[in-house]
Design a protein around this ligand. Structure first.
Ligand code: NI
Length: 181
């Protein structure tokens, strides 16, 4: 088990578009394990690498008991939409109804570099869209309409975790040379 601290809203890493993974090595497998362990411990339905301070295009999910991960995801969305409650481990305790596509086909790679496709609707589709947004520096409150977003920002200002210090942005899971690639 390698449970890592989760970065909180306001940390610049959450607003930084993540880089595609190009090296499928032991460090990447450790990152996937850390994401999985931290997600299950929290617990949450998904966790993206930037939430652990690593700006790489990787996320994990657990929906209906199925645990998975995706590297360098590329999404196709249905026109049909869903609206329902959504939250984020980087905004503890806050939930807002968020509009999403009803279904998604996500193509990407697994941690060994093999092509994988994850297809889902409802909660799995919502989770995949939410986590892929994290890889683009997008946080789910950005998807809210104007009035809801104002309410969300107000709730964030009032949250006890807001306004903390902003730690460093890493661009590699390699602790020894973050920023070198
Ligand atoms: Ni999130």
């Amino acid at each position: 088990m390698a449970i890592q601290p989760i970065r909180i809203f306001g940390d610049p890493v959450l607003r930084t578009p993540a880089r595609p993974v190009t090296t499928f090595d032991k460090e990447l497998r450790t990152l996937v394990k850390d994401l999985t362990d931290t997600m299950l411990d929290a617990p949450g339905a998904g966790l993206a690498a930037p939430q652990l301070g690593v700006s790489l295009r990787v996320f994990t999910y657990v929906v209906d008991g199925e645990i998975g991960h995706l590297v360098n995801p590329d999404l196709s969305l249905t026109d049909e939409e869903q609206e329902g409650p959504e939250g984020c481990l980087s905004l503890p305790g806050l939930t807002f109804d968020t509009r999403r596509a009803y279904g998604v086909v996500a193509r990407g790679l697994n941690m060994h570099g093999d092509p994988v496709t994850v297809e889902g609707t409802q909660l799995l589709a919502r989770c995949i869209q939410h986590e892929t947004d994290h890889l683009d520096g997008i946080i789910f409150i950005d998807r809210l309409d104007r009035e809801q977003r104002k309410a969300a920002l107000r709730a964030i200002r009032e949250a006890e975790w807001s306004g903390g210090p902003a730690p460093q942005v890493k661009v590699s899971p390699h602790s020894t040379f973050g920023g070198a690639r």
